[in-house]
Design a protein around this ligand. Structure first.
Ligand code: ARG
Length: 442
């Protein structure tokens, strides 16, 4: 029974939240005349002592006491005696655990937000330095059109900025205090739930006692936001793995952020990026685990819900660590600008520019321009050269009206510079995007 029932191995991580909640509750009980001021002071001092002991690793948790709530209260009783027994007036472990867990998830969400901000700042700094660096942009992982590295990095700034706003939304809904809902129905004691909510930095008390003790959607939202964030991190990590491979060689990592192989001396492996790519497994795993735990549970509290914390803590550790690693990787990667440029010269990346030139200069319908360009690409392939290495005669052999002016649009620099539509890859737009993102960053 103890082996399946006890949660102390996991929920001891909520010790500081538990003590914070108890102190707020005790002060409120005294203010409402439910316990004496003297008892409240004794309890408060005693809880301070328990907190100190836990902080210094001096308290040995006991599994037979089941969870962090009972362990703290038992230790309080050892320290202060009888008044400890008055702390649990007008509350239950059901509203207590719901409160502690909200506080814990809120703390983690705040750390995630700080980590995201650091990551966005790192990306902005790298983007700023690479506004003019050109590499192939891909669709289907096939070279498509040239883009700037600054623009590419800014795509992740957009994703991580939305992640921040998802966590902020989740935090706003989470930020209500279940404390005082008691076991499930409320309590006959004249509690001041506004007071404890305020003391714990919640916006106010939850409105329905049954919902207060039986809902975990705040944790699910946190895990959903974490999963989407982890998906973004995983995509960025995957690009780092591909780009640092010998075949691409777009970037490399220093020894600080890569490892050697134990058997192949020539290797430098992007282990950190690979692990970053993998972390979504446990994070999304936590989301599905908790969602399925909650599914079909009748109101109000059921012990099933004790399973909420282990997976959430696991996911939170992974998300927070992932963000730190992502910052390290973003700050560390060394761009190989020559390799990026060389890759742009393969695969006729400016074919679209050629088609657009035919449309603009010869007033050709785009479909026809697409066809003419396709013929020119085939001709270049036949001659094993680039589009801009075809002679004017070659070009005119396919369409007589083509003029020398076409060569102005066939370089990769001209291609990126021309993409000045709002949100486009032209350096002028990317500079604006970076400065706007900096202004938005709070
Ligand atoms: N350890 C429990 C949990 O994490 C605390 C709540 C226990 N409540 C109860 N009625 N047994 O969910």
């Amino acid at each position: 029974m103890e082996a399946i029932n006890a949660s102390i191995d996991v929920d001891q991580r909520m010790a500081s939240q538990d003590i914070r909640g108890s102190r707020a509750h005790a002060r409120m009980l005294a203010q409402q005349g439910i316990i004496t001021d003297a008892d409240a002071e004794t309890i408060d001092a005693g809880l301070g002592k328990v907190a100190e002991e836990i902080q210094h690793g001096l308290l040995t948790f006991r599994r037979e006491l089941e969870d962090i709530h009972m362990n703290v209260e038992a230790r309080l009783r050892e320290i202060v005696g009888e008044p400890a027994g008055r702390l649990h007036t007008g509350r239950s472990r059901n509203d207590q655990v719901a409160t502690d867990f909200r506080l814990w998830v809120r703390d983690s969400a705040d750390r995630v937000d700080a980590g995201l901000k650091t990551l966005i700042t790192a990306l902005l700094n790298r983007a700023e330095a690479e506004v003019e660096t050109i590499l192939p942009g891909f669709t289907h992982l096939q070279p498509a059109q040239p883009v700037t590295l600054g623009h590419h990095l800014m795509a992740y700034v957009e994703m991580f900025s939305r992640d921040r706003s998802r966590f902020a939304d989740a935090r706003a809904r989470l930020n209500e205090s279940p404390l005082g809902a008691a076991a499930l129905a409320g309590t006959p004691y004249p509690l001041d739930r506004e007071m404890t909510a305020k003391a714990l930095d919640f916006d106010g008390p939850t409105r329905n006692s049954l919902d207060s003790v039986s809902s975990r959607d705040f944790a699910l939202e946190y895990l959903a936001a974490s999963s989407i964030l982890a998906m973004h991190l995983s995509r960025m990590a995957e690009e780092m793995v591909i780009w640092s491979s010998a075949s691409f060689s777009f970037i490399s990592f220093t020894d600080a952020w890569s490892t050697g192989s134990s058997i192949m001396p020539q290797k430098r492996n992007p282990d950190a990026a690979e692990l970053l790519r993998a972390k979504i497994g446990r994070i999304f795993g936590a989301f599905t685990s908790l969602l399925l735990t909650m599914k079909g549970l009748p109101l109000a509290y059921s012990k099933d819900m004790q399973e909420d914390k282990e997976v959430t803590f696991l996911a939170a550790d992974a998300v927070e660590l992932s963000l730190a690693a992502a910052v390290g990787l973003v700050e560390d990667f060394q761009p190989n600008r020559d390799a990026m440029r060389a890759a742009c010269l393969k695969g006729h990346l400016t074919a679209t520019d050629l088609a657009d030139w035919l449309v603009r200069s010869l007033n050709m319908p785009f479909r026809e321009a697409h066809h003419v360009t396709g013929t020119l690409v085939a001709l270049a392939d036949d001659k094993a050269c680039r589009l801009d290495e075809l002679s004017l005669e070659d070009l005119q052999s396919v369409h007589g009206a083509i003029t020398q002016g076409v060569f102005d649009v066939l370089s990769i620099e001209a291609s990126v510079a021309s993409r000045q539509s709002f949100g486009g890859t032209a350096p002028v737009r990317v500079r604006e995007a970076i400065s706007a993102a900096k202004d938005r960053l709070t």
